[in-house]
Ligand binder design. Sequence first.
Ligand SMILES: [Mg+2]
Length: 224
Amino acid sequence: MSPVLLFDFDSTLIQDEGLDILFQRSLRDAPDREERVRAFQELTDQGMAGELRFEDSLARRLEHLVAHRSLVEEVGAELASRLSPSVERNRGFFRERAERHGIHVLSGGFRELIEPAATTLGIPPSRIHAHRFRYAADGAVLGLDPETPLARGGKPLAVEEMGLDPAKTWMVGDGATDLEVRELGLVSTFVAFAENRTRSSVTSRADQVVHSMEELLELLSNHS
Ligand SMILES: [Mg+2]
């Protein structure tokens, strides 16, 4: 029996961290752009490596973000063209598997930045589990929607609310929050996806480490 696959989004399905890209674009004309981008990315890295609680890392990043809904949509569309190379090569696998309800996206990022990329892989909005932005009436980003499972309890709560059988579910991702889902027993297997980023704090505790989708497909074919 083929497991259901929960894919992380940032630095897994796509090459970059979506919120970093949004932040960079939001500073288009700022004179101190480079310095501010570097500080922002540092917060991202600390959150992903588990050095800073992910929620704290995200909250601190959002304090620095000044963006409008139109920019969020623009960056979402841009991210759809930045799929990881091996994900791009294996679109057929995603489309076929998504059709059989075998793929979810589980992300500490934002739904608005994920949907366009997920759509190109055949993954519908109902199988994206992520944060959502809150907007002011004029479209300015205010922060995150506190009502999503991600905001209420991070990836672990989101997985619990999916109601999947842990024995038949795998998590694939590059970050500490992906590993955590496995360590809490919510999935049977954590596959560290090292095509874009390798963090030893994560790979050293993974059940498997792959460097491409081809290696993941091989694991799956040996499994079934
Ligand atoms: Mg990631």
